[in-house]
Design a protein around this ligand. Structure first.
Ligand SMILES: O=C(O)CCC(=O)C(=O)O
Ligand SMILES: [Fe+2]
Length: 280
């Protein structure tokens, strides 16, 4: 018989493989049909390789904000500051950082924000608007991106730290929690199933990472909690917690909240990072 590999033979080999036949049984069937073992083997290998190569491959994962923790560095270079790494987690993808802001920067952010505070609103995925939220009893305000030289300097630093363009960040948000105030556990990404999410993500896409920076230290309470992993990050002035979520899914374990402040005030600055360029 002819020992050429015809399109019909290729199709038959692929069919056998898809039906779950072992290579040995396919080879045996070809030999019974009169094929030389060497030719049959070569035909199978060539056919299956070509078939696999033609399958659509998974698209590459899109880039995300990240801290360069490769090789377990003790500190990261944020351009104008060295940022010590205090602790890291893989799941959720999270790190506690020190020295992200100087004392003077923390004081300046508080002083600039205080006169502009109002009761915090939460982006409402049910409508795409903003609403008062009983789960969130802090007062807050947003700086515009690049609003002052101080804000510009901090934004450039954070951008370098997390390898993400300044343009993909929302304006810096400052929150003040008085005694009893809290932010109940929530996800920072927008619920993909909620009707208002499309409207919110039309500008800049999903949120993909958060940096919460502590501007002061309440006497008691006010930790940032991650209930899925039993982690509490205590506010220390100038320190921060970074966490990233590569998709809007609880499996990222990024559920978190601001525990009630028990004594004193808690001030934080939050930077939310979007997938794409965020135009307010
Ligand atoms: O205040 C905190 O510790 C957490 C703040 C927070 O979750 C947020 O701003 O999204
Ligand atoms: Fe949050």
């Amino acid at each position: 018989m002819s020992q050429t590999i015809t399109p019909e033979l290729r199709a038959w080999i692929v069919q056998q493989a898809q039906a779950g036949c072992t290579p040995e049984s396919v080879l045996a069937a070809m030999r019974r049909a009169g094929w030389d073992e060497d030719v049959a083997l070569a035909a199978m290998e060539e056919t299956l390789q070509a078939h696999v190569a033609a399958l659509p491959s998974a698209p590459p994962a899109p880039p995300r904000p990240f801290l360069d923790l490769e090789g377990s560095p003790r500190a990261l270079d944020a351009g104008d500051r060295i940022v010590p790494v205090i602790a890291t987690l893989r799941r959720p993808r999270l790190a506690v950082l020190a020295n992200v802001l100087s004392e003077e920067e923390c004081e300046a952010l508080i002083a600039l924000a205080e006169p502009r505070l109002r009761r915090s609103r939460t982006v409402q995925t049910s409508t795409g608007g903003e609403e008062l939220n009983a789960d969130r009893t802090s007062d807050g305000m947003f700086f515009r991106r690049g609003e002052t030289p101080l804000i510009q300097r901090i934004e450039a630093r954070l951008s370098r730290l997390v390898h993400w363009p300044v343009e993909n960040g929302e304006g810096l948000q400052v929150l003040r929690y008085r005694p009893g105030a809290q932010y109940k556990p929530h996800y920072d990404y927008f619920d993909p199933a909620a009707p208002g999410t499309a409207r919110i993500t039309a500008r800049g896409g999903q949120r993909v990472a958060t940096l919460v920076m502590y501007l002061n230290e309440p006497a008691r309470g006010g930790a940032t909690t991650f209930p899925d992993v039993g982690l509490e990050v205590l506010p220390q002035r100038g320190c921060a917690v970074f966490f990233a979520y590569d998709r809007p899914d609880p499996a990222t374990l990024t559920l978190h909240g601001g525990a009630p402040v028990l004594e004193g005030e808690k001030w934080v600055a939050t930077k939310w990072l979007r997938e794409g360029e965020f135009t307010p």
